[in-house]
Design a protein. Structure first.
Ligand code: SDX
Length: 432
């Protein structure tokens, strides 16, 4: 923390306030406004928190101008090429890449926590078969607090570790149970002889009537997508987890709040919305019509999978996923996938358009991911569930970081009040 500061002068009273400036390891500095209201009687105003740092964090760094994404200092491109999702989970949680023993012990711990309480399985019978899987996810993950509430002291680091392992291990099992419920198929138990993504595919697609063999092309594709979706600084759902967790509530309830926030089409729900959009556009001939609609202020239509609060350049994850599409589609014999062709043309046309250039609107992580999930036989309604499985490690890492921080306080923003001034109650008989 530097001793540099900014000065602020009240235009009426002329009183001056020094705002301390804190400098990061990399990225923008911040101004400490914690004394602002006490000294000047004013709040800062930043709807959507576009210019507000809500915490200090060592986990993930994003440079939106340069398209840089680092997990604990490691560039996403290197992790995507050389790491595995389980290793990235360890890195995010512990801050360092594991050695062989640490990785083997971590992988073993995750593998042996994958089953869920049988009573949790019965929750799914309460949902109609056509319930959206994200609704089931937030309900059932939140219900984990009912099973572990009494045995979880959030201020005990070992308990926080168990929470993290349980969530990372069980969220694919809960996701698979939700998917099987929509199909009316029997739940498939986790298999400890399979790796993380192989186990997920088995729980999704195996049926009791026949042997199931994991498609390694599919497992590796999912592993890579999970690395890319694992964490992303203080995004909407992670900030929701921090806000909910700041009251000291059960971590399972805080993660359930994050799942609910992720579901929105402006956030993780965009991967499902992109495929719906591409299917609506239908063919290259209609692209210009939809690009024109996306630019029309009076038209609520937006190009889903485009634009980002932080990236004002190409989302590095989208670039990796687009490259991956070619390889995975070829590996699955779907090299002429019409939706992928359409997405590529849409990107090409949009990125040449003045509106998108001027507003720095590029494809984000959600633009191409759904094409791979669909090619793997995963239905649209499960796309955001896949995002939630991957992001769970980011959520629980930030929750742990917040709870372990002795300076963290309950989140409680203020407002610019624009409602009525004080007035007296009017009884019913005297109202018009
Ligand atoms: C994720 O934060 C994260 O890190 C999120 C995420 C993660 O890993 O956690 O990266 C994952 O959520 C990716 C984003 C997925 N969402 C979408 O693809 C939905 C479509 N995109 C948008 O709705 C929008 O771009 C957001 C929500 C992503 C960002 O919204 P902002 O930062 O509030 O930007 P904005 O809505 O103020 O847009 C700025 C301008 C506006 O025009 P003006 O009012 O300035 O004239 O750009 C326009 C917008 O109308 N614009 C778009 C557009 N996105 C923004 N116009 C057309 N199509 C779009 N997609």
């Amino acid at each position: 923390m530097s001793d540099k500061h900014y000065t602020l002068t009240d235009p009426e009273s002329g009183s001056v306030l020094e705002l301390k400036r804190y400098d990061p390891t990399i990225g923008p500095s911040v101004l400490d406004v914690t004394k602002l209201y006490g000294s000047q009687g004013v709040f800062t105003y930043d709807p959507g928190f576009a210019a507000t740092a809500c915490c200090t964090s060592d986990v993930t760094y994003i440079d939106g101008e340069k398209g840089v994404l680092l997990y604990r200092g490691y560039p996403i491109e290197q992790l995507a090429e050389k790491s595995t999702y389980i290793e990235v989970c360890y890195l995010l949680l512990h801050g360092e890449l594991p050695n062989k023993t640490e990785l083997a012990n971590f992988e073993e711990s995750i593998r042996t926590h994958t089953m869920i309480n049988e009573s949790l399985l019965r929750f799914f019978n309460g949902f109609h078969y056509d319930a959206h899987p994200m609704a089931m996810m937030s309900g059932v993950v939140g219900s984990m607090s009912a099973f572990y509430h009494d045995s979880t002291d959030i201020h005990n680091p070992e308990h926080r570790d168990i929470v993290a392992h349980r969530l990372i291990a069980k969220i694919p099992t809960i996701a698979a149970a939700a998917y099987k419920h929509t199909l009316g198929q029997p739940f498939v138990y986790p298999a400890n002889d399979l790796d993380y993504c192989g186990n997920l595919l088995s729980m999704f697609f195996a049926v009791p009537a026949e042997e199931y063999e994991v498609d390694r092309v599919a497992a590796e594709a999912i592993d890579l997508l999970f690395i890319l979706h694992a964490d992303h600084e203080q995004n909407c759902s992670t900030s929701t987890v921090r806000m909910a967790g700041s009251s000291g509530t059960s971590p399972y309830s805080a993660i359930a709040a994050g799942i609910s926030a992720l579901w929105g089409p402006a956030h993780g729900g965009a991967n499902e919305a992109v495929i719906n959009m591409l299917e609506k556009v239908g063919s290259v001939d209609h692209i210009n019509e939809y690009v024109a609609r996306a630019k029309d202020k009076d038209d609520p239509f937006r190009l889903m999978g485009f634009g980002h609060r932080v990236y004002k350049s190409y989302d590095p994850r989208a670039a990796i996923i687009r490259k991956m599409c070619h390889k995975v589609l070829e590996g699955l014999g779907q090299q002429d996938n019409p939706l992928f062709e359409l997405a590529l043309r849409l990107e090409e046309i949009a990125l040449k358009d003045e509106y998108f250039i001027e507003k720095n609107l590029y494809p984000n992580v959600d633009f191409y991911s759904g094409i791979i999930y669909q090619a793997l036989g995963i239905p649209k309604s499960m796309f955001t569930v896949m995002f939630a499985i991957a992001r769970c490690v980011g959520w629980v890492t930030h929750w742990c970081e917040m709870v372990a921080d002795p300076t963290s306080r309950i989140g409680r923003p203020r407002q610019l009040y624009t409602g009525p001034t004080e007035r007296d109650y009017v009884s019913l008989k005297d109202r018009g």
